[in-house]
Write a protein that binds this ligand. Structure first.
Ligand code: NAD
Ligand code: IPM
Ligand code: MN
Length: 356
């Protein structure tokens, strides 16, 4: 099995090496058989050659790879983020990764935010009428199609039901944005009928954000459109303690192809200083391992991450004095220690052979 790795820009370049180190360690210990290839898609390549997502990349990814791991995109030299839209939104849309799962682990419990990832205000429909060289009329259309909303909502409800979550809220803005709002409400109400075990509700996005910040405890599952999900996931990251902690998976349920990335961006303010928190990227690796059917190694990694967070190695964004390297070393030490304590799976097997 092969993974495509795109470190990207800024701290993407700093949080991906820890992911590859931990993947190598877990791969060796558990015999995961995951190979990877690194791709240099990002700002430097865009500026030097004008290429974002190279020609044929989508076909190559779906034919030869099981998943993408992405660090972050974004560079002050490209203020309109044209390369980021080409590469990141290009993969999300081009590979039909319409489910974006962004779990929020809060002191009050886990809130599973599900964001539609390919349409809405990100559909790429719009244009600008120039007046005297400036944007005079600007249009970004919010486009939703019933099949996409249906398959998205159905998938989210099925996952929430399987994971025995009890409540799910549709977050929308149908009072001000009535056309797509109505489509979402119709679909949500219809699909909920097939999941009597889930208690559904609907909230306007403004009041939802207000309620989430005041008291997240009532929320379990959140289903929402593209831009609202983007904003809610950053608010949720702040509630967790920072963007250094928030992980995500973008999935196409039909093909099972998926892209894993931290929620944060390239963080130009701290890039190059060696202090980026690799937790979000490493937690995204745990989500990738779960998705690829490696729940055991993922659980080991999640325990190591939780322990490292409470240690002296925590990075400055969390008030600690650690660095990216120190935090990563703390995680790998904890993984190794846990496997030592319980007897390593592969090493134990090899010894049995020798003694036989
Ligand atoms: P950002 O997420 O990069 O940073 C916001 C703040 O959070 C900054 O103060 C940053 O230092 C901090 N932060 C983020 N991740 C951190 C980490 N791992 N450890 C410690 N601190 C961390 O958002 P921004 O500054 O608005 O965007 C910077 C660039 O990234 C822009 O070009 C933007 O378009 C892009 N961006 C890309 C992605 C992505 O690739 N998925 C996501 C968001 C933003
Ligand atoms: C995210 C980012 C992206 C998004 C940007 C970089 C296009 O903010 O992954 O949350 O809006 O989806
Ligand atoms: Mn975002």
């Amino acid at each position: 099995m092969k993974i495509a790795v795109v470190p990207g820009d800024g701290i993407g370049q700093e949080v991906v090496p820890p992911v590859l180190d931990v993947l190598a360690l877990l791969g060796e210990e558990f015999g995961l058989g995951i190979e990877y290839e690194v791709f240099g898609w990002g700002a430097d390549q865009w500026l030097s050659s004008g290429v974002g997502l190279p020609e044929g990349a989508l076909d190559m990814l779906s034919a030869q790879y099981s998943a993408v791991f992405l660090g972050a995109l974004g560079d002050p030299r490209i203020p309109d983020m044209a390369h980021g839209r080409d590469i990141l939104l290009g993969m999300r849309r081009g590979l039909d990764l319409y489910v974006n799962h962004r779990p929020l682990t809060l002191p009050t419990g886990v809130v599973d935010v599900y964001r539609e990832n390919t349409q809405g205000l990100y559909a790429g429909v719009g244009g600008t009428v120039l007046q005297g060289g400036l944007a005079g009329v600007a249009i970004d259309e919010c486009v939703y199609t019933r099949p996409t909303v249906e398959k998205f909502v159905r998938y989210c409800l099925r996952r929430l039901a399987e994971e025995e979550r009890g409540r799910v809220v549709l977050v929308h803005k149908s009072n001000a944005v009535p056309h797509t709002g109505r489509l979402w409400q119709e679909v949500f109400r219809r699909e909920l009928e097939d999941f009597p075990q889930l208690e559904g509700s609907e909230e306007y996005v403004d009041s939802f954000c207000y309620n989430l910040v005041r008291d997240p405890s009532p929320y379990e599952g959140v289903v929402t459109s593209n831009l609202f999900g983007d904003i809610i996931s950053d608010i949720g990251a702040a509630l967790m303690g920072g963007l250094g902690l928030a992980a995500s998976a973008s999935i196409c349920p039909e093909t099972e192809f998926a892209l894993f990335e931290p929620v944060h961006g390239s963080a130009p303010d701290i890039a190059g200083k060696g202090v980026a928190n690799p937790y979000a990227a490493l937690l995204s690796l745990a989500m990738m391992l779960d998705h690829l059917g490696h729940g055991g190694p993922s659980a080991v990694l999640r325990r190591a991450l939780a322990g490292a967070l409470r240690s002296d190695a925590a990075t400055p964004d969390l008030g600690g004095r650690g660095t990216t390297a120190l935090f990563t070393a703390e995680v790998t030490t904890r993984i190794t220690r846990e496997l030592d304590d319980r007897g390593r799976p592969r090493r134990a097997g090899a010894e049995e052979v020798r003694h036989a």
